[in-house]
Design a protein around this ligand. Structure first.
Ligand SMILES: NC(=O)c1ccc[n+]([C@@H]2O[C@H](COP(=O)([O-])OP(=O)(O)OC[C@H]3O[C@@H](n4cnc5c(N)ncnc54)[C@H](OP(=O)(O)O)[C@@H]3O)[C@@H](O)[C@H]2O)c1
Length: 222
Protein backbone atom coordinates (compact mmCIF):
# COMPACT_ATOMS: atom_id res chain seq x y z
CA UNK A 1 0.00 0.00 0.00
CA UNK A 2 1.55 3.34 -1.07
CA UNK A 3 0.83 5.62 1.84
CA UNK A 4 1.90 9.20 1.25
CA UNK A 5 3.69 10.35 4.37
CA UNK A 6 3.42 13.95 5.48
CA UNK A 7 6.99 15.36 5.52
CA UNK A 8 8.16 15.85 9.14
CA UNK A 9 8.79 19.59 8.68
CA UNK A 10 5.22 20.08 7.42
CA UNK A 11 3.87 18.05 10.35
CA UNK A 12 5.86 20.31 12.69
CA UNK A 13 4.39 23.41 11.02
CA UNK A 14 0.88 21.99 11.39
CA UNK A 15 1.51 21.43 15.10
CA UNK A 16 2.36 25.10 15.61
CA UNK A 17 -0.74 26.46 13.82
CA UNK A 18 -3.29 28.56 15.62
CA UNK A 19 -6.46 27.46 13.88
CA UNK A 20 -9.42 29.82 13.60
CA UNK A 21 -12.88 28.47 12.85
CA UNK A 22 -15.47 30.82 11.31
CA UNK A 23 -18.90 29.70 12.43
CA UNK A 24 -17.13 27.53 14.97
CA UNK A 25 -20.16 27.52 17.27
CA UNK A 26 -21.90 24.89 15.10
CA UNK A 27 -21.59 21.11 15.24
CA UNK A 28 -18.85 20.93 12.64
CA UNK A 29 -16.83 23.80 14.07
CA UNK A 30 -17.00 22.58 17.66
CA UNK A 31 -16.18 19.02 16.55
CA UNK A 32 -13.08 20.16 14.67
CA UNK A 33 -12.11 22.53 17.49
CA UNK A 34 -12.32 19.76 20.08
CA UNK A 35 -10.26 17.32 18.03
CA UNK A 36 -7.61 19.85 17.06
CA UNK A 37 -7.34 21.16 20.61
CA UNK A 38 -6.97 17.61 21.93
CA UNK A 39 -4.18 17.17 19.38
CA UNK A 40 -2.45 20.21 20.90
CA UNK A 41 -3.28 23.03 18.49
CA UNK A 42 -4.41 26.45 19.68
CA UNK A 43 -7.95 27.02 18.43
CA UNK A 44 -10.03 30.19 18.21
CA UNK A 45 -13.75 29.62 17.74
CA UNK A 46 -15.48 32.32 15.71
CA UNK A 47 -19.04 33.55 15.67
CA UNK A 48 -21.08 36.52 14.52
CA UNK A 49 -21.42 37.14 18.26
CA UNK A 50 -18.33 37.20 20.48
CA UNK A 51 -20.33 36.04 23.51
CA UNK A 52 -21.59 32.96 21.68
CA UNK A 53 -18.03 32.22 20.60
CA UNK A 54 -16.81 32.42 24.20
CA UNK A 55 -19.55 30.04 25.37
CA UNK A 56 -18.73 27.55 22.61
CA UNK A 57 -15.01 27.80 23.41
CA UNK A 58 -15.67 27.07 27.08
CA UNK A 59 -17.63 23.96 26.07
CA UNK A 60 -14.63 22.69 24.09
CA UNK A 61 -11.60 23.58 26.23
CA UNK A 62 -10.03 26.35 28.22
CA UNK A 63 -7.91 29.41 27.49
CA UNK A 64 -5.31 30.06 26.25
CA UNK A 65 -5.60 26.88 24.16
CA UNK A 66 -9.25 27.34 23.18
CA UNK A 67 -10.73 30.82 23.01
CA UNK A 68 -13.64 32.49 21.28
CA UNK A 69 -13.96 35.74 19.36
CA UNK A 70 -15.97 37.47 16.68
CA UNK A 71 -15.36 36.02 13.20
CA UNK A 72 -13.42 39.08 12.05
CA UNK A 73 -11.00 38.91 14.97
CA UNK A 74 -10.57 35.17 14.37
CA UNK A 75 -9.73 35.86 10.73
CA UNK A 76 -7.04 38.32 11.81
CA UNK A 77 -5.58 36.35 14.73
CA UNK A 78 -5.40 32.78 13.36
CA UNK A 79 -2.61 31.37 11.19
CA UNK A 80 -5.02 29.16 9.26
CA UNK A 81 -8.78 29.64 9.11
CA UNK A 82 -11.49 27.03 8.57
CA UNK A 83 -14.82 28.25 7.16
CA UNK A 84 -17.55 26.17 8.84
CA UNK A 85 -20.67 28.22 8.18
CA UNK A 86 -23.82 27.08 6.37
CA UNK A 87 -23.85 27.52 2.60
CA UNK A 88 -26.40 30.33 2.93
CA UNK A 89 -23.96 32.57 4.82
CA UNK A 90 -20.78 31.54 3.00
CA UNK A 91 -20.38 34.14 0.24
CA UNK A 92 -21.34 37.14 2.36
CA UNK A 93 -19.14 36.22 5.29
CA UNK A 94 -16.05 35.57 3.18
CA UNK A 95 -16.52 38.73 1.11
CA UNK A 96 -16.63 40.72 4.34
CA UNK A 97 -13.51 39.06 5.73
CA UNK A 98 -11.42 39.10 2.55
CA UNK A 99 -9.05 41.77 3.89
CA UNK A 100 -8.52 40.06 7.23
CA UNK A 101 -7.89 36.71 5.53
CA UNK A 102 -5.31 38.02 3.09
CA UNK A 103 -2.12 35.96 2.99
CA UNK A 104 -3.68 33.06 4.92
CA UNK A 105 -4.69 29.53 4.10
CA UNK A 106 -8.48 29.24 4.25
CA UNK A 107 -9.90 25.74 4.52
CA UNK A 108 -13.43 25.44 3.19
CA UNK A 109 -15.56 22.51 4.42
CA UNK A 110 -18.88 23.93 3.27
CA UNK A 111 -21.29 21.61 1.48
CA UNK A 112 -23.85 23.35 -0.73
CA UNK A 113 -26.63 20.88 -0.13
CA UNK A 114 -30.31 21.25 0.61
CA UNK A 115 -33.17 18.99 1.63
CA UNK A 116 -36.66 18.45 0.31
CA UNK A 117 -39.29 15.74 0.74
CA UNK A 118 -37.08 13.32 -1.23
CA UNK A 119 -34.01 13.91 0.91
CA UNK A 120 -30.65 15.63 0.42
CA UNK A 121 -29.48 17.04 -2.91
CA UNK A 122 -26.56 19.13 -4.14
CA UNK A 123 -27.18 22.77 -5.00
CA UNK A 124 -25.52 23.90 -8.27
CA UNK A 125 -22.90 26.58 -7.58
CA UNK A 126 -22.10 29.05 -10.38
CA UNK A 127 -18.38 29.05 -9.48
CA UNK A 128 -18.31 25.21 -9.54
CA UNK A 129 -18.13 24.62 -5.79
CA UNK A 130 -18.22 26.42 -2.45
CA UNK A 131 -14.42 26.22 -2.33
CA UNK A 132 -14.12 27.85 -5.76
CA UNK A 133 -16.57 30.52 -4.66
CA UNK A 134 -14.29 31.12 -1.66
CA UNK A 135 -11.26 31.36 -3.95
CA UNK A 136 -13.10 33.88 -6.13
CA UNK A 137 -13.95 36.02 -3.07
CA UNK A 138 -10.56 35.62 -1.37
CA UNK A 139 -8.12 36.50 -4.11
CA UNK A 140 -5.38 37.25 -1.54
CA UNK A 141 -5.76 33.92 0.30
CA UNK A 142 -4.92 30.31 -0.54
CA UNK A 143 -8.09 28.25 -0.46
CA UNK A 144 -8.05 24.52 0.26
CA UNK A 145 -11.14 22.28 0.36
CA UNK A 146 -11.17 19.67 3.16
CA UNK A 147 -13.24 18.09 5.95
CA UNK A 148 -16.43 17.94 3.82
CA UNK A 149 -17.38 14.42 4.84
CA UNK A 150 -16.19 14.36 8.41
CA UNK A 151 -19.18 13.53 10.53
CA UNK A 152 -19.44 16.14 13.26
CA UNK A 153 -20.71 13.44 15.59
CA UNK A 154 -17.82 11.06 15.25
CA UNK A 155 -14.91 12.82 13.59
CA UNK A 156 -13.21 9.47 13.73
CA UNK A 157 -11.49 7.19 11.26
CA UNK A 158 -12.35 8.83 7.96
CA UNK A 159 -10.06 9.75 5.12
CA UNK A 160 -10.20 13.51 4.71
CA UNK A 161 -10.05 14.49 1.06
CA UNK A 162 -7.88 17.60 0.62
CA UNK A 163 -8.14 19.66 -2.57
CA UNK A 164 -6.30 22.74 -3.72
CA UNK A 165 -3.97 24.35 -6.20
CA UNK A 166 -1.04 25.06 -3.87
CA UNK A 167 1.10 22.08 -2.89
CA UNK A 168 2.38 23.52 0.37
CA UNK A 169 -1.14 24.48 1.44
CA UNK A 170 -2.61 21.04 0.69
CA UNK A 171 0.36 19.32 2.39
CA UNK A 172 -0.14 21.49 5.47
CA UNK A 173 -3.89 20.79 5.62
CA UNK A 174 -3.23 17.04 5.19
CA UNK A 175 -0.81 17.31 8.11
CA UNK A 176 -3.37 19.23 10.15
CA UNK A 177 -6.04 16.57 9.45
CA UNK A 178 -3.60 13.86 10.50
CA UNK A 179 -3.15 15.47 13.91
CA UNK A 180 -6.61 14.06 14.67
CA UNK A 181 -6.08 10.45 15.77
CA UNK A 182 -7.38 7.95 13.21
CA UNK A 183 -7.73 10.55 10.46
CA UNK A 184 -5.72 10.48 7.26
CA UNK A 185 -5.40 13.40 4.85
CA UNK A 186 -5.55 12.30 1.21
CA UNK A 187 -4.81 14.72 -1.62
CA UNK A 188 -7.77 14.52 -4.02
CA UNK A 189 -7.07 17.02 -6.77
CA UNK A 190 -7.19 20.66 -7.62
CA UNK A 191 -9.85 23.03 -6.39
CA UNK A 192 -11.79 22.68 -9.65
CA UNK A 193 -12.57 19.11 -8.54
CA UNK A 194 -14.15 20.19 -5.27
CA UNK A 195 -17.72 20.35 -6.59
CA UNK A 196 -18.23 16.61 -6.69
CA UNK A 197 -16.59 16.18 -3.27
CA UNK A 198 -19.05 18.68 -1.78
CA UNK A 199 -21.97 17.12 -3.68
CA UNK A 200 -21.03 13.62 -2.51
CA UNK A 201 -22.11 14.75 0.95
CA UNK A 202 -25.72 14.49 -0.24
CA UNK A 203 -25.03 10.81 -0.96
CA UNK A 204 -23.48 10.28 2.46
CA UNK A 205 -26.49 11.97 4.09
CA UNK A 206 -28.70 9.48 2.20
CA UNK A 207 -26.54 6.59 3.45
CA UNK A 208 -26.83 7.90 6.99
CA UNK A 209 -30.59 8.27 6.79
CA UNK A 210 -31.16 4.81 5.36
CA UNK A 211 -28.78 2.99 7.70
CA UNK A 212 -29.02 5.29 10.72
CA UNK A 213 -25.24 5.69 10.60
CA UNK A 214 -22.53 8.36 10.61
CA UNK A 215 -20.83 7.27 7.42
CA UNK A 216 -17.40 8.55 6.47
CA UNK A 217 -15.27 8.01 3.42
CA UNK A 218 -12.38 5.60 2.99
CA UNK A 219 -10.07 5.67 -0.04
CA UNK A 220 -8.61 2.25 -0.77
CA UNK A 221 -5.14 1.31 -2.04
CA UNK A 222 -3.36 4.48 -0.98
N1 LIG B 1 -22.29 19.08 10.64
C1 LIG B 1 -21.53 18.22 9.98
O1 LIG B 1 -21.47 17.01 10.30
C2 LIG B 1 -20.70 18.68 8.81
C3 LIG B 1 -19.76 17.82 8.24
C4 LIG B 1 -18.96 18.27 7.19
C5 LIG B 1 -19.12 19.56 6.70
N2 LIG B 1 -20.06 20.38 7.25
C6 LIG B 1 -20.22 21.74 6.73
O2 LIG B 1 -19.77 22.62 7.74
C7 LIG B 1 -20.57 23.80 7.74
C8 LIG B 1 -21.11 24.01 9.15
O3 LIG B 1 -21.93 22.93 9.51
P1 LIG B 1 -22.72 22.94 10.89
O4 LIG B 1 -23.53 21.73 10.95
O5 LIG B 1 -21.76 23.22 12.00
O6 LIG B 1 -23.66 24.23 10.62
P2 LIG B 1 -24.52 25.14 11.58
O7 LIG B 1 -24.44 24.63 12.96
O8 LIG B 1 -25.83 25.33 10.94
O9 LIG B 1 -23.75 26.54 11.45
C9 LIG B 1 -22.48 26.79 11.99
C10 LIG B 1 -22.44 28.20 12.54
O10 LIG B 1 -22.47 29.14 11.45
C11 LIG B 1 -23.01 30.37 11.94
N3 LIG B 1 -23.98 30.87 10.95
C12 LIG B 1 -25.25 30.43 10.73
N4 LIG B 1 -25.83 31.11 9.73
C13 LIG B 1 -24.89 32.01 9.31
C14 LIG B 1 -24.90 33.03 8.32
N5 LIG B 1 -25.96 33.25 7.53
N6 LIG B 1 -23.77 33.78 8.16
C15 LIG B 1 -22.68 33.58 8.96
N7 LIG B 1 -22.63 32.64 9.92
C16 LIG B 1 -23.72 31.87 10.09
C17 LIG B 1 -23.66 30.10 13.28
O11 LIG B 1 -22.80 30.64 14.26
P3 LIG B 1 -23.10 32.03 14.99
O12 LIG B 1 -24.61 32.20 15.06
O13 LIG B 1 -22.49 31.81 16.33
O14 LIG B 1 -22.42 33.07 14.16
C18 LIG B 1 -23.64 28.59 13.40
O15 LIG B 1 -23.44 28.13 14.73
C19 LIG B 1 -21.68 23.60 6.72
O16 LIG B 1 -21.39 24.32 5.55
C20 LIG B 1 -21.68 22.11 6.45
O17 LIG B 1 -22.02 21.84 5.10
C21 LIG B 1 -20.85 19.97 8.31
Amino acid sequence: MAVAQVPPEIAAQAARLTVGILGGTGDQGRGLARRLALAGNRVIIGSRDAGRAATAAASVGSPPQVTGAANEEVARAADLVIAAVPWEGHADLLARLAGALEGKIVVDCVNPIAFDARGAYAIPVPEGSAAQQAAAELTGSTVVGAFHHVSAVLLLDPDVLVLGDDRHATDLVQALAERIPGVRGVYAGRLRNCGQVEALTANLVSVNRRYKAHAGLRVTDV
